[in-house]
Design a protein around this ligand. Structure first.
Ligand code: NAP
Length: 253
């Protein structure tokens, strides 16, 4: 369906749309008359989302499968609906420190959170470059600012995403394209249900989606929220390691 709206985007591809922030974003964009292509693995959840709005269409894929990403992009290209904006928010998360650290678990986190994004960026960039327009927004996390307890599997994947986006942004700009980085704090979703600790500044997926959409309407590279948590972690990153680890030791205890 073609959207008639006054939004910056006519067509958005949300990868990780079956729950949490991705689902809330899909719903809010659809309410604004933006055409949403909703991707994730859970076909039932996507079909249910698809049925909520004429502006949403399901396109199942598994980001750990390069062929699945390429098939999805080929299908969009074939149907003449390459997105104006692609938002990558697929992720997996298992909390823990040294107790959960194995090569297999780290690889699984990297495959979904980081390599999936690499696959999407690598496959989409040539199409967007040829067309001469388009943006990709990658959801990382405030966890990417510094190593935090209980994030031995997840934190490095998010730091890698931040580094990748910082590296590629100038080349995207050179090609007339956009590359944005989104760093949320704690959001109440299936992902954070696994956390047994108190999550400061916790917000709903709907609030997170509002902040992301508002941020994407601007032109800044990074969209980080909530402000107080982003500021606290930025300051933490600036501390000398002696002080930083004194605080971290308290958190671990
Ligand atoms: N919640 C927070 O506090 C928080 C904070 C900072 C950053 N973030 C980031 O925000 C983004 C959204 O997270 P969320 O909290 O909304 O979590 P969520 O509800 O668990 O959503 C994760 C999404 O990723 C999809 N996904 C997982 N593995 C996939 C795969 N192999 N292929 C395709 N899709 C896959 C899931 O769908 P299927 O299982 O159906 O595939 C789901 O749609 C993530 O990047 C997360 O790291 C979240």
């Amino acid at each position: 369906m073609s959207a008639t709206n006054d939004q910056k985007w006519k067509r958005v591809w949300v990868i990780g749309a079956s729950s949490g922030i991705g689902r809330a974003l899909s719903e809010q964009w659809a309410e604004r008359g933006v055409e949403v292509i909703a991707s994730a693995r859970s076909e039932d959840a996507l079909d249910e989302l698809d049925a909520t709005s004429g502006y949403i269409s399901a396109l199942p894929l598994d980001v750990t499968d390069k062929a699945s990403i390429e098939a999805a992009i080929f299908k969009m290209q074939d149907q003449g609906c390459v997105p104006d904006l692609t938002l990558y928010c697929a992720a997996t998360y298992h909390p823990g420190g040294i107790d959960v650290l194995t090569v297999e678990a780290a690889r699984q986190h990297m495959e979904v959170n980081y390599l999936g994004a690499v696959g999407v960026i690598a496959a989409l960039h040539p199409l967007l470059k040829t067309r001469g327009s388009g943006e990709i927004a990658i959801v990382s996390s405030l966890t990417s600012y510094c190593g935090l307890p209980l994030a031995s599997l997840y934190g490095p994947t998010k730091a890698a995403l931040a580094s990748l986006c910082e590296t590629l942004r100038p080349e995207f700009e050179r090609d007339g394209l956009g590359l944005r980085l989104i760093n949320p704090g704690f959001v109440k979703t299936p992902l954070t249900e696994k956390n047994s600790f108190k999550m400061p500044f916790l917000i709903t997926p709907e609030e997170a989606a509002q902040r992301i959409i508002r941020g994407l309407e601007g032109t800044g590279f990074e969209i980080a929220f909530p402000f107080r948590m982003a500021l606290s972690l930025r300051l933490l990153r600036l501390l000398p390691y002696r002080l930083y680890f004194r605080l971290m030791r308290r958190m671990v205890a």
